[in-house]
Write a protein that binds this ligand. Sequence first.
Ligand SMILES: *[C@@H]1O[C@H](CO)[C@@H](O)[C@H](O)[C@H]1NC(C)=O
Ligand SMILES: *[C@@H]1O[C@H](CO)[C@@H](O)[C@H](O)[C@H]1NC(C)=O
Ligand SMILES: *[C@@H]1O[C@H](CO)[C@@H](O)[C@H](O)[C@H]1NC(C)=O
Ligand SMILES: *[C@@H]1O[C@H](CO)[C@@H](O)[C@H](O)[C@H]1NC(C)=O
Length: 276
Amino acid sequence: MVAAEMRILQLLPAVVVLLIRSEASSADPLIITNSSEVTSGSDLLSCNLIDPPSPISGHIWMKGDKVLVKDSNPGTLMTYNISQVNSESSGVYYCIFLTDPEVNGTIYVSVPPHGMAYKETEAGNEGDVGVLTCKCNSYPPVEHWTWYKRSSDGVLTLVVSDVDENYVVKSSGSKTELRINKLDMEKDQGEYVCNGTNYLGSTGATVKLRIRSRLAALWPFLGIVAEVVILVTIIFIYEKRRKPDEVPDEDDGGSAPLKSNTSMNHKENIRQRNSN
Ligand SMILES: *[C@@H]1O[C@H](CO)[C@@H](O)[C@H](O)[C@H]1NC(C)=O
Ligand SMILES: *[C@@H]1O[C@H](CO)[C@@H](O)[C@H](O)[C@H]1NC(C)=O
Ligand SMILES: *[C@@H]1O[C@H](CO)[C@@H](O)[C@H](O)[C@H]1NC(C)=O
Ligand SMILES: *[C@@H]1O[C@H](CO)[C@@H](O)[C@H](O)[C@H]1NC(C)=O
């Protein structure tokens, strides 16, 4: 094992310096044994390579597996301005020195769960399944999700899945889902709070759940049925009143006799052909 030594220097309030030091005598590749974590304030990430294993032919900054910037400068100091520590800039950053072998350092930009994404109001029909979700993509991932139901007097009650089989909570680091298997108008309608916690803090978001009664869901359909019934009744009454006047008209119709004429002509033609 290389006893790599590492120090964090706070040169300026807004500068985090990651010092990477190698033991020149060691044949082992360079290993970064410490990483710095930025949780607030600092907007400039910085890595300083001491004792590069070969001349530096450039630098790469990466966030996760995404390349942010690349240059071909020979400097031993590389910096990256993240503007602000927030949910968007949070993540794992790598400073890579293009040497032989490559050397890299890791800086964690960490925030409490931030930038919760959710739908403010969810709606469902009585008796149906209801699903409420909250998402949070900041770094580090949420370690613990909880759901609360807010009563009319503002008191939050923990929603416990498994105890009440009507509720199922499914959570991962970036998402939580509260599933209500059978929506009950009285019991389930109201406000819910999803709360995400990691070791830096917690954030909550309120989701309103509106439940429509079965009858309410039926109203548009009943409206159409009523319309059709009224229309049919009107047509029926109208037709009934009109019918006596129309009887003579039908007798005058010329199409029926014509048809029988042609069919008779046709039969005659066949008879004539047969006799020939
Ligand atoms: C670096 O390592 C030292 C000693 O192990 C530790 O006290 C310090 O908190 C570490 N710094 C960071 C930013 O992880
Ligand atoms: C980083 O960028 C922000 C704006 O994008 C700027 O206000 C700030 O001064 C920059 N910080 C450094 C250290 O250059
Ligand atoms: C950083 O260096 C380590 C050890 O050499 C390597 O395993 C890792 O893939 C490197 N990471 C990046 C982002 O280049
Ligand atoms: C989230 O839950 C934690 C632990 O139960 C609590 O300390 C915190 O105040 C809650 N945060 C919000 C925003 O509700």
